[in-house]
Design a protein around this ligand. Structure first.
Ligand code: IPE
Ligand code: IPE
Ligand code: MG
Length: 224
């Protein structure tokens, strides 16, 4: 049975779900937040130590302003209302991505990270304004600045995921088979599951089924 330390999720399909059932993409984002809560609980039950959630990509700025504002409002409210609960549940929150939002949100993200920084049950990495290409370019720039030798060990020091083990498992909901600029380096040897269901429809049962399948996979890492 494979150990499972780190699950990464591309939470895709909110907009389509919202349009289909509520005639509004934003309603889908709201519904998607319920799935986030369910999956966090189930991750703890499964004793998984790291959960990385793709919430907003560097390319998502192309979306209509109204949708972007709605998403960031949702995030702000979530942090304001739920950070105490995360704290009580011994969950550490880390943001990966470039924190260049409103002063209010930047502050809120920083205090949420600081407040939960000593927690140890589960680490949630929230990918916000995250793009893997930008992360890699910035890492190479840092390597260059420090005049560090270019090798794998030195490069990972400058990735946003420094000190976080690579994901064992990647799940993408929403019936699309692509990575959309997510953790391109870190997913080199992850097991990948593409799910047809849209993110608001994804549930604990689907999640546990994938975990069960993952545990039985023969992982080679190049070996035989
Ligand atoms: C959620 O799904 C991902 C975010 C960027 C928040 P989408 O909003 O991409 O939903 P679809 O793919 O358009 O259905
Ligand atoms: C990936 O979903 C980003 C997030 C889930 C946050 P997208 O919906 O933005 O991906 P593309 O544009 O369809 O590839
Ligand atoms: Mg999408």
């Amino acid at each position: 049975m494979n150990p499972l330390n780190h699950v990464a999720i591309i939470m895709d399909g909110n907009g389509r779900w919202g349009l289909k059932y509520k005639n509004s993409r934003n309603a889908g984002h709201k519904a998607g937040l319920n799935t986030v809560e369910k999956i966090i609980k189930e991750t703890i039950k499964n004793k998984i130590k790291y959960l990385t959630l793709y919430a907003f990509s560097t390319e998502n700025w192309k979306r209509p302003k109204r949708e972007i504002n709605f998403l960031f409002n949702l995030l702000e409210n979530f942090l304001i209302n739920r950070i105490e609960e995360l704290q009580k549940k011994n969950i550490k929150l880390k943001i990966i991505g470039v924190k260049s939002f409103s002063d209010k949100l930047n502050k809120l993200l920083n205090t949420s990270e600081r407040k939960t920084s000593k927690n140890s049950k589960l680490q949630i990495n929230l990918a916000l304004n995250y793009g893997s290409k930008l992360e890699l370019i910035n890492a190479f720039k840092d390597l260059n600045k420090k005049k560090d030798k270019i090798n794998e060990k030195n490069l990972v020091k400058y990735l946003q995921t420094h000190n976080i083990p690579d994901p064992d498992l990647l799940i993408r909901t929403g019936n699309t088979k692509r990575l959309s600029n997510f953790l391109l380096w870190q997913l080199a040897y992850s097991e990948i599951f593409f799910v047809k269901k849209l993110w608001p429809e994804f549930n604990e049962k689907d999640y546990n089924m994938i975990i069960k399948k993952f545990k039985k996979i023969k992982r080679n890492f190049g070996n035989v």
